[in-house]
Design a protein around this ligand. Structure first.
Ligand code: SAH
Length: 256
């Protein structure tokens, strides 16, 4: 018997891994994060399976379900939104499992920052402009370590993907504008890959107003940075003069 932490992806069941899909379709006991995992994904669990919504549970209550699955010798699927490694609160569950003596594994999922980039049809890296992507958030009930406050991250001019922060878009945009400039592009993607997905594009100057107009208050990804622009240098990888291990550039061919 084992517990399998499974990434449910951003929402659309087509974005599940084949492994996640197979595990869900055969599972007998599942604890899922009801506040974020899409109903279409939960619907893949067989009708006669035991289903628990973790939104209403404490860690101790989860431990009871883990122990019952162990008694029955049945694998338990612990379904987390996106990829379980990002704001998944899996560490405390793994600590419990270690203590109880239950083996566990993790199946990765497509994270919401990737689904948001896909919805925006954008590359998050850009040559000479952004070679670093930062996954972060603003402080909520979970405080930010001081050196990771937005102002420190913003100094790097990286592409910022902010989880759990859309309700603070006003102050986020204001703080970031100091370092990125008010005309820096920003996008907010509400429920990337869900049927009711919404895209908001703007600048640090006007994004807060646009998000308010779109009535987006939660389950959204904020992406900030010049990488969102099309009007910046492009990679030389496919340029005919650029040669590399797999292709000889024209310049070299011209010389021969
Ligand atoms: N493990 C998840 C993140 C969980 S934290 C992942 O990898 O995506 C929850 C936050 O993720 C939300 O507040 C929101 O910022 C983001 N999020 C989750 N699903 C989303 C989706 N479909 N579209 C946009 N943002 C999403």
């Amino acid at each position: 018997m084992k517990v399998i932490f499974v990434g449910a992806g951003p929402g659309n069941p087509d974005l599940l891994t084949i492994q996640a899909h197979r595990l869900l379709s055969h599972c007998q006991i599942c604890i899922y994060a009801g506040s974020l995992v899409s109903p279409e994904v939960v619907a893949l669990v067989p009708k006669d399976a035991e289903l628990h919504d973790s939104a209403t549970m404490t860690l101790e209550e989860m431990e009871v379900v883990f122990a019952r699955a162990q008694e029955k010798d049945v694998d338990l699927i612990r379904l987390h939104t996106g990829d379980p490694s990002i704001y998944g609160a899996i560490r405390e569950q793994m600590n419990s499992l270690d203590r109880i003596g239950i083996y566990y594994e993790v199946v990765p999922g497509v994270s919401s920052f990737q689904a948001a980039a896909a919805a925006l049809k954008t590359e998050l890296t850009a040559p000479e402009i952004a070679q670093t992507i930062i996954l972060s958030r603003t402080s909520g009930r979970t405080p930010m370590p001081e050196m990771q406050e937005l102002e420190h991250l913003a100094r790097t001019q990286s592409t910022l993907c902010l989880f759990l922060s859309v309700h603070k878009i006003g102050s986020v945009a204001q703080d970031l504008a100091v370092y990125y400039g008010t005309d820096c592009p920003v996008a907010v993607v509400f429920r990337a890959s869900w049927p009711d997905q919404k895209l908001v594009r703007g600048s640090l100057a006007d994004v807060a107003e646009k998000v308010e107009d779109a009535q987006i208050k939660k389950t959204a990804m904020i992406i900030v940075g010049q990488a969102l622009s099309r009007d910046i240098p492009v990679s030389k990888l496919y340029h005919r003069h650029f040669s590399h291990g797999y292709r000889q550039g024209d310049s070299q061919r011209d010389e021969t």
